[in-house]
Design a protein around this ligand. Structure first.
Ligand SMILES: CC(=O)N[C@H](C=O)[C@@H](O)[C@H](O)[C@H](O)COP(=O)(O)O
Length: 241
């Protein structure tokens, strides 16, 4: 379990306005990695504007440049992340306090960071970062996890939201496929503000997550990646891939 300064009950209990604003609604992840045709801050801001017009209650955005462009264009809360290529099968999500500070400075209302052991020297490292973001930057934190144990540790460290984002992407969860409704239900049962994120591609899954006790649901690829959408439909064509 994490060591270090205890998070006071006052800090844990107070739900920040940005976190409160996400309750019961849909968050759209507006991201495009390097080399993607949509990888441009103005385009990402336009995708975020589409999400806002469509009824989303928040957006999740990668990089300080994209956060800045989105912040200038829409009013919804922005969850900011930074993905860092560490030469593995997936990027490291918001490794350091300096990344968090840059995202906060660019206008992110909530900072998301990974709280799984894969890329960290110890489990305490993520807990320390969660506390530092809240106490030094004054921003609420969304912890991206893959297991109940990781989620409860992040919550105990003071995370304001705990997402299933990394379920299926870590060593401990590699065999999982599809959105992790079981994990969101387990987290909610433990009183955690739980977020279903990762591989949601049908509205019924959004409904099921809220029935399981989710605070919010994040959908990315299924809404904001036209390459993936094209592939899904092209697969039905005789000359499809
Ligand atoms: C594992 C990882 O790095 N996930 C990233 C986290 O921000 C993004 O690549 C995902 O698109 C996002 O989580 C939304 O998920 P989906 O695109 O499946 O709806």
């Amino acid at each position: 379990m994490a060591t270090g300064p205890e998070v006071t009950p006052e800090i844990s209990a107070a739900v920040s306005p940005a976190v409160r604003a996400l309750e019961g609604g849909l968050v759209v992840s507006c991201q495009a990695g390097a080399g993607h045709p949509l990888a441009d801050p103005d385009v990402i801001a336009r995708l975020a504007a589409c999400a806002e017009a469509g009824g989303a209650v928040g957006v999740r955005v990668e990089s300080a440049a994209d956060v800045r462009a989105v912040r200038a264009r829409i009013k919804l809360p922005v969850i900011g992340i930074r993905k860092v290529d560490v030469g593995a099968h997936r990027p490291f999500i918001t490794p350091a306090l300096a990344d968090c500070a840059a995202l906060a400075e660019a206008g992110a209302d909530i900072i998301a960071l990974e709280a799984v052991p894969d890329n960290r020297a110890s489990a305490d490292e993520a807990a320390g970062l969660i506390r530092a973001v809240r106490e030094q930057l004054g921003r609420p934190v969304m912890a991206d996890v893959a297991t109940l144990e990781e989620g409860l540790a992040a919550w105990a460290a003071g995370a304001d939201l705990v997402g299933t984002t990394l379920s299926g992407y870590t060593r401990a969860s590699a065999s999982r496929v599809g959105p992790d409704l079981a994990l969101v239900a387990d987290l909610a049962r433990h009183g955690v503000r739980a977020v279903l994120e990762g591989r949601v591609d049908r509205p019924e899954q959004v409904r099921a997550a809220f029935e399981a006790g989710a605070w919010t649901v994040v959908v990315g690829t299924a809404i904001t990646d036209p390459i993936s959408l094209t592939r899904r439909y092209a697969a039905g064509a005789p000359r499809g891939v």
